[in-house]
Design a binder for this molecule. Structure first.
Ligand code: SF4
Length: 759
């Protein structure tokens, strides 16, 4: 294979919120290879199995390459005209709230920005929501309640500086593997670092845990309110910080003290001894980071869980300082970018609030918009209920597969099938969602499109194109802008490039924004195509003028070996042993500091730290404690005596539309399974590797039994990835109830009453 060096391109992995830098090379014969970018501050050269296999997933097999109307190939002009005229007609006849966009954390920030602008500023509805609603909406709501803004205070470096890391509802080893590797490497250097894992299952992440708390499903509110009460009782509070920088502590402590330790033990399913060990460790360790993910967010009490965690950090002043903080890690590569441009039904652009008339008026003036939305729109679950009951009559789905991934997925499928007009922009021709589209629009895929993404530590990185657009595929921002222009909004959607959109987004962020005065937003608002091409990863907001832009052209790439860890040996479900862990790539020596050379070594200021001296985004600049009472949630019944918990496996992503293309990735776990405790297996007469039927009131799935003591008695874990395209009756989201958190609207995908039988 002859490598065309000139075509090696810096980009980022499209899978998870870690946001790893990737170097992609295209050989003269078109073959693509990837390796981790040694200069990217998220991964310093590491990639996990999914990132390493990216080159195996970019062939054109199954691609949607031309616009189609009712399955017939057509021209872009005809397809775009049809979308624009049908949306305009629907709005004219039924009002702006009769249309909706359902978008995705797979979109780049520029795509998200344009879609949000069209819906909220020009159509005049806020009916734009995203599959990120299923991922981190509870964190957004919790941040806003506590900090006055959706601001994630954590940095990856804090994970290496902490003396205690509490992982809550997070199988980091499989779901954010490079962060797991960074923690494992830091711990090897500093064995005194402690890790506590809070998870109903003993997952691969428990390999680095000193203490595993196999908590009852949704026991987290009780666990962390109990911790707050313990901190109060044991004189472990930072009273000076509480006084200077917070409000509402007294009420929060009073509410948290509703249960004694025995009550907390009953609510969490943990012993008083386990609670005591965790609570005393937390109380005694000043440098503590609490990392949380979907086990916290995907819950009917998700927002309260987030605030119960944040309360403990505020009470100890452990926020905004190196090695401390509550830290929500996001599932998707651009969940954060979507939040920043307001790509959710209850947000406005640039972190402004849709309920705030001043914010609405400011956005209206900036966009010169005719019809800024006046109220929040329908959140994901409500949106598809709106499609089902006819309130939504024209729906545009971008870069996501809700027929397989939404809760109550069969009902969602029926709603989409019955909707009068469905547009899907996608890279694939035949996902379970694309099949129901009246108009199919071929979108550019990873490697073909340009833009930015924001990772879990608010680091903005470029995704760069290194492949030509195949067929007639186009970037999502271009497709949305073309429809907007055909709807009569020519001037506002005349963007010629992703760089122009990025500059407009930055300009809006700084527009009449007092909070932005300390940051160098102007430099980004004036960015031109050349600087955008050279944009180095940076944390937002940029702390000072001169934040690095790589020199025009290219930062010289380092040579060197493939730095990514190899894929682990093939294992099938029966070989999934306790000892199985991800390999650690050979970079441990570099992980705790910045690498030598390269743009980031020149950066003196270190990570952007929010809230170092308080200064929250509330009117009085004080953080808010939220008064939360410990709760016990019971969903089981005699007919449905078990709890279904859904989640990811290491080597697949979402509904496998991309990872399903790689035979190597599919070898890790070859088929969907139901993880069952031996006691439950005995009770239901199920043997290891039997086929079992898992059912709920919403649906059923047929799965291979994996009987293991790693599982908590009374719970069943089923991965979320497999669809009927890959296995028989394996769409687990068809089983998940459309129950949501009342504040965030995030579905509770980890606590569904279920039953089990041998098939
Ligand atoms: Fe990609 Fe996430 Fe793996 Fe990094 S950790 S290579 S971003 S999937």
């Amino acid at each position: 294979m002859q490598i065309d060096e000139a075509r090696e391109v810096r980009t980022t992995c499209p899978y998870c919120g870690v946001g790893c830098g990737v170097l992609a090379k295209v050989a003269a014969d078109g073959e693509v290879t990837v390796r981790g970018d040694p200069d990217h501050p998220a991964n310093f050269g590491r990639l996990c199995s999914k990132g390493s296999a990216l080159a195996e997933t970019i062939d054109l097999d199954g691609r949607l390459l031309h616009p189609e109307i009712h399955g017939r190939r057509t021209s872009w002009d005809e397809a775009l005209d049809r979308v624009a005229s049908t949306f305009s007609q629907t709005i004219a006849e039924h009002g702006p709230d009769a249309v909706a966009f359902y978008v995705s954390g797979q979109l780049l920030t520029e795509d998200y920005y344009v879609a949000n602008k069209l819906m909220k500023g020009f159509i005049g509805s806020a009916n734009i929501d995203t599959n990120s609603r299923l991922c981190m909406a509870s964190s957004v709501a919790g941040h806003r309640r506590a900090f006055g803004s959706d601001t994630v205070p954590g940095n990856y470096e804090d994970l290496e500086l902490a003396d205690l890391i509490v992982l809550v509802g997070s199988n980091l080893a499989w779901c954010h593997p490079v962060l797991y590797q960074r923690i494992a490497a830091a711990r090897e250097k500093r064995p005194e670092m402690k890790v506590v894992l809070v998870d109903p299952r003993r997952t691969m992440t428990s390999d680095i845990a000193d203490l595993h708390l196999a908590i009852a499903p949704d026991g987290d509110v009780a666990l962390f309110t109990g911790l707050l009460a313990y901190l109060g009782q044991h004189n472990a509070l930072d009273r000076a910080y509480i006084t200077a920088h917070t409000a509402g502590f007294g009420q929060a402590l009073f509410a948290a003290s509703a249960l004694d330790l025995a009550g907390i033990a009953a609510a969490t399913g943990l012993s008083e001894d386990e609670l005591g060990r965790f609570y005393s460790l937390f109380a005694a360790t000043a440098k503590t980071v609490t990392v949380y993910s979907q086990g916290v967010n995907q819950s009917s009490s998700g927002t309260d869980k987030v605030n119960a965690i944040i309360n403990c950090h505020l009470a100890t002043g452990r926020i905004g300082k190196p090695g401390t903080g509550p830290f929500s890690v996001t599932g998707q590569p651009n969940a954060m970018g979507g939040r920043e441009v307001g790509g959710m039904a209850n947000m406005l652009a640039a972190h402004m609030e849709i309920e705030n008339p001043e914010h609405r008026e400011r956005v209206q003036r900036f966009w010169n918009a005719p019809a800024v939305a006046q109220k929040p729109g329908l959140k994901a679950v409500e949106m598809f209920q709106g499609v089902a009951d006819g309130r939504i009559r024209a729906l545009w789905i971008m870069a996501t597969n809700p027929v397989d991934s939404m809760p109550d997925a069969d009902a969602v499928q029926a709603a989409i099938k019955a909707c009068p007009f469905v547009v899907v922009s996608d890279v694939l021709a035949s996902t379970d969602t694309v099949r129901h589209a009246h108009v199919r629009l071929p979108a550019a895929a990873w490697g073909e499109k340009d833009g930015t993404v924001t990772n879990s530590e608010r680091r903005i990185s470029r995704q760069r194109a290194f492949l030509d657009l195949p067929g007639e595929a186009r970037p999502d921002w271009w497709i949305v802008a073309e429809v907007a222009r055909r709807m009569g909004f020519d001037e506002a959607f005349s963007h010629a490039s992703a760089a122009e959109i990025f500059a407009e987004h930055a300009a809006l962020s700084g527009f009449e924004n007092d909070s932005a005065r300390d940051f160098d937003i102007g430099a980004y608002a004036r960015i031109d195509g050349e600087d955008y091409d050279a944009l180095a990863p940076f944390q937002w907001p940029a702390p000072s003028p001169g934040t690095p832009l790589w020199p025009a052209g290219h930062l010289p790439l380092k040579g060197g070996d493939q730095l990514s860890p190899p894929l682990s040996p093939t294992s099938d479900i029966a070989e999934m042993s306790d000892a199985q862990t991800l390999p650690i790539s050979p970079l441990e020596g570099e992980m705790a500091g910045r690498p030598e050379g390269g743009a980031w070594a020149r950066r003196p200021e270190g990570p952007t730290r929010f809230f170092a001296n308080g200064n929250f985004y509330t009117p009085d600049r004080k953080a808010r404690f939220i008064a939360i009472r410990p709760t016990i949630e019971t969903r089981t019944s005699p007919d449905y005596p078990l709890i279904l918990n859904t989640g990811r496996v290491r080597d697949h992503w979402h509904t496998m539309t991309r990872t399903g293309k790689s035979p190597r990735l599919s070898q890790h776990i070859a088929e969907p399974f139901a993880e069952i405790h031996p006691a439950d297996a005995r009770h239901f007469g199920i043997g290891d590797a039997d086929i079992v039927r898992v059912s709920t009131v919403h649906g059923e799935a047929l799965l291979r039994a994996l009987v293991t003591a790693r599982q908590r008695p009374g719970s069943v874990f089923v991965p979320m990835h497999w669809t009927d395209q890959f296995a028989v009756r394996a769409r687990v989201d068809a089983l998940v109830a459309p129950i949501t958190d009342a504040i965030s609207g995030q579905p509770a995908s980890k606590n569904v009453a279920a039953r089990l039988e041998r098939f």
